[in-house]
Design a protein around this ligand. Structure first.
Ligand code: GTP
Ligand code: MG
Length: 250
């Protein structure tokens, strides 16, 4: 049936997002029935702190919406692990992930999907953040440089949200071997490039975090250094994997 070919599963990882959860759910709710395709939203919550869990339960008690689901992780397994767990629990042929930090406008997920959904059999779609702080843009460009030098692919603004892709791409290239941490976004885009998928970028605004704390590369200098360190290690690991597979081809 045509309508189900367009269905969209949206996975949202969250960890200690406190009031952001209330905001994100209240923004999603009116949008779920607004389009002519089915939508499900899956929040995958890590072992969040007490304050965040209380808000989460309060929101879900009064949600009255079966298309918004909650999955809770009892242990800290990582951003990548939790997103993939959410994807594996989802049902529609098109998949998106975005963040619960309210820095990416959730309308972007739908606007971008609506505009490009016909191209998902050969493309991955992602946001590209505009109007960022100079320091953040430099960090992003630095990462892009290392990726070009070491992996020989040009991927821009790796951590911009949302990411949108088909389930067939996920099953073929992502589901079997993925990083459990914040490198998942890089892995997704790298696998797209490696397998000749086009990466389509759409400009998105990137807002300031109002609640909760950054766990990835944003916020403090310490976070940024940790992100550079982690990403660099992961790029080297990916490179080793490529060298290894090239050797075994010969
Ligand atoms: N389920 C789950 N969610 C996570 C985990 N780590 C981070 N998140 C969520 O993943 C998203 C991205 O994390 P952020 O803390 O915003 O990291 P970031 O975007 O690199 O940092 P900023 O640029 O400051 O926002 C947010 O929605 C987090 O709540 C985790 O281990 N498990
Ligand atoms: Mg964030």
């Amino acid at each position: 049936m045509k309508i189900n070919d367009d269905g969209l599963s949206i996975i949202i990882p969250s960890l200690n997002e406190s009031e952001n959860i209330r905001l994100i759910i209240s923004q999603f709710k009116p949008l779920l029935k607004q389009y002519d395709y089915p939508i499900e939203v899956i929040i995958v919550d890590g072992p969040s702190n007490k304050e965040s869990k209380e808000i989460l339960y309060e929101v879900f008690r009064s949600i009255g919406e079966e298309d918004i689901k909650l999955i809770e992780m009892d242990k800290m397994k990582g951003y990548g692990h939790d997103i993939i767990f959410g994807v594996n629990s989802s049902k529609y042929p098109n998949i998106a992930w975005t963040h619960a930090d309210m820095q990416t406008d959730i309308h972007d997920v739908f606007n971008i999907f609506n505009k490009h959904k016909a191209k998902l059999s050969t493309s991955i779609i992602k946001g590209k953040r505009r109007k960022r702080k100079l320091m953040d843009s430099i960090l992003t460009l630095g990462m892009q440089f290392f990726v070009i030098m070491l992996l020989r692919v040009n991927i821009q603004d790796i951590n911009a949200q949302p990411k949108i892709f088909s389930r067939s791409f996920f099953i073929k290239y992502i589901s079997k071997d993925y990083p459990n941490d914040f490198s998942l976004d890089l892995y997704l885009l790298y696998m797209a490039k490696q397998n000749n998928y086009e990466i389509i970028e759409e400009p998105v605004n990137f807002n300031k975090r109002l609640y909760g704390e950054a766990k990835g590369g944003g916020g403090s200098i310490k976070n940024r250094i940790a992100l550079i360190n982690r990403t660099f290690k992961y790029i080297l690991k990916l490179r080793e994997k490529i060298d290894h597979s090239k050797q075994s081809e010969h």
